[in-house]
Design a protein around this ligand. Sequence first.
Ligand code: 5GP
Ligand code: ZN
Length: 113
Amino acid sequence: MSCIFCQIVAGKIPSEILYQDEEVLAFSDIHPIASTHLLIIPKRHIPSLTHLSEEDLPLMGHMVNIANQLARREGIAESGYRLVINCGKQGGQLVPHLHMHLIGGRRLTDELG
Ligand code: 5GP
Ligand code: ZN
């Protein structure tokens, strides 16, 4: 099992877990770019956004809902936050296991990249 995030799901690499259920895991990013920087991932290995199929759409909705709940829990729901999914090389995806970044706690730049 070479995927870092699959190893985090399996508990083989330690992480600061903030939420989990049967399908989804959320944990702190190891290199946070803001006071809140979490990653929300499916437990099942999906390489990237482009690999999603129609039956994964409820899972994506579930992940967005969890992100919103975590934003409330982190106290950034009112001040605002950003959900980011990088896809592929030019999209800036470094870890080839689908993940959503939840970033907040400071004024983010107006540019997306
Ligand atoms: P990407 O560029 O693929 O969208 O983002 C990957 C993110 O995963 C980066 O923000 C990086 O800091 C984070 N990351 C990489 N390896 C680990 C790790 O082993 N543990 C945790 N918690 N985060 C990681
Ligand atoms: Zn994986």
